[in-house]
Ligand binder design. Structure first.
Ligand code: ADP
Ligand code: MG
Length: 487
């Protein structure tokens, strides 16, 4: 059976509006999304999923011997020619989930007319996906290249002219090349939309649609995203055809091995506390809000003697690559980053992620945090909280299903040197009341002050005691939430 064997109505991919897409294009609703990760048989082998022997051998050489849940769930559907819509967190192994079927389906392309395209939100991710798939493509005699903005076009144009079978691209640069007539996507048979929610957040969806509309016929599409609501859902309805929908609520890979700490700091102490934590890390990724902040914090951390680089959107591509390389190979074990680096980026062995500036919301919290504890490794995530940030952090915790105390520390606190050795007590941070004196959520016991009376509306409390074990006994015992939300 041909890999691209699914028959579809030819006009299906160019429905003009979501409404049209729903009524005409999409008679079959996607299957309800359920968490199947537990059901995914993790003893199954890549061969049993249908992955070709040469690819299995190439994977084995890299020490990859058994598939992750997202791979178990999606590879067979993709190989059967179905569109796949996968909801999975970072670090769950999506690149191979789409990469293996993609490599098996990709044939030799005509010059400047690739057979397969992978669209990704950032240039770093374009490089990473291309790097991860390149050895596998080589094993199959396929040419792969990464295409992204911020660098000269000429190398990319030359590669296209000599014939590239599979491209990994950011939507902006790909459109530039299409507009200049340097390439065509008309022959594309296979499209991957990786980190679709981030492409939506970054405003790339019009660019993505412009590309999809230039494809003749109906390519097989594989879409992966951490969320499938909003604009991403619309993309699924418009461009996917009866997709096999899988969700991996992957506590299995990363979240289980993620340790999370919230540390209360004063403005004066914040940098020193961060420096202490970085000093104890093998590889620490420090998130800040602005590009200026990234440069400044990197300078200040470097001044404490830590080899530190910054990475953010205002740097030239070559500088970003150099910073990333220095971080990857251990030459510079601290990397200060804006959110640009938060998603999709995979550097092995990041043992600590620090939210130096608070994340904008719980999604950003999870995506930044997902840079550690990848592929089953252990990871520590530390959020530094200034007094005025407590309310926002309480909301983020609530939205992320967390209930961890903000423990105040000075830079000389010994607990900073071994974060794994202590556990933050649960239940000391209460979200704002939202009009109800019962803590807002309705599922949580009313927060109580030291007097035993319910804390006032909007109360957010933090603990600050040296002897944490002792303090734990003194606390209110009733906590309705577990530390981590279980699916
Ligand atoms: P995601 O795209 O979901 O964030 P990646 O595809 O980047 O995750 O995978 C994260 C890491 O896990 C990568 O280093 C990748 O090589 C590794 N990995 C992926 N699948 C497997 C597997 N089946 N066994 C071992 N390691 C894997
Ligand atoms: Mg990825």
């Amino acid at each position: 059976m041909s890999f691209f064997s699914l028959n579809r109505t030819p006009d299906a991919a160019i429905a003009e509006s979501p409404a049209a897409a729903e009524t005409e294009v999409h008679p079959t609703r996607p299957a309800p999304v359920v968490d199947e990760s537990a059901a995914a048989d993790q003893t199954v082998t890549f061969e049993e999923l249908g992955v070709a022997r040469d690819l299995v051998a190439a994977l084995n050489e890299r020490g990859i011997t058994s598939p992750f849940p997202v791979q178990v769930l999606t590879i067979p559907d993709a190989l059967a020619g179905r569109d796949v819509c996968g909801k999975a967190k970072t670090g769950s192994g999506k690149t191979l989930a789409f990469g293996l079927p993609l490599l098996m389906g990709t044939t030799t392309a005509k010059k400047r007319r690739p057979v397969s395209i992978v669209l990704v939100p950032t240039r770093e991710l374009a490089n990473q996906v291309a790097d991860e798939l390149a050895p596998l493509a080589e094993a199959r005699g396929l040419w792969i290249t990464a295409i992204y903005g911020g660098v000269s076009m000429s190398r990319q144009i030359n590669a296209l002219r000599s014939g590239v079978d599979l491209i990994v691209a950011t939507p902006g640069r790909l459109n530039d090349l299409l507009e200049r007539g340097e390439m065509s996507v008309a022959d594309v048979r296979f499209v991957v939309l990786d980190e679709a929610d981030q492409m939506a957040d970054m405003g790339f969806l019009p660019q993505v649609e412009r590309i999809l509309k230039q494809i003749d016929g109906n390519p097989q599409t594989l879409l992966f995203s951490a969320t499938l609501d909003g604009a991403v859902g619309e993309l699924v309805r418009k461009y996917q055809h009866n997709p096999a929908t899988h969700e991996v609520e992957s506590d299995t890979q990363s979240v289980d091995s993620l340790e999370q700490r919230f540390i209360g700091v004063s403005t004066d102490d914040r940098l020193e506390v961060a420096a202490k934590i970085c000093a104890g890390a093998t590889r620490a990724l420090v998130f800040v809000r602005t590009t200026h902040g990234a440069d400044r914090i990197a300078r200040q951390l470097a001044a404490t003697g830590l080899r530190t680089q910054a990475i953010h959107g205002r740097l030239s591509q070559s500088k970003r690559e150099r910073a990333l390389a220095a971080f990857s190979d251990g030459e510079s074990p601290v990397l200060v980053a804006t959110n640009v680096a938060a998603r999709g980026l995979h550097v092995d062995g990041i043992d600590v992620v620090i939210h130096f500036d608070p994340p904008e919301d719980h999604k950003v919290y999870l995506h930044r945090s997902g840079r550690t504890a990848r592929a089953g490794e252990e990871g520590m995530v530390v959020t530094l909280v200034l007094p005025e940030q407590m309310r926002d952090i309480a909301q983020i915790q609530k939205d992320a299903g967390l209930d961890l105390a903000i423990v105040s520390m000075k830079p000389d606190d010994k607990r900073l040197l071994d974060l794994a050795a202590w556990d933050a007590p649960a239940g000391l941070v209460w979200p704002t009341g939202g009009g109800s004196s019962q803590g807002g959520s309705g599922r949580r016991p009313a927060p109580r002050g030291a007097s035993g009376r319910p804390a006032g509306r909007g109360a957010v409390r933090a603990v600050s005691h040296g002897d944490h074990e002792g303090s734990r006994r003194d606390r209110e015992p009733a906590v309705a939430f577990s530390r981590r939300r279980r699916p």
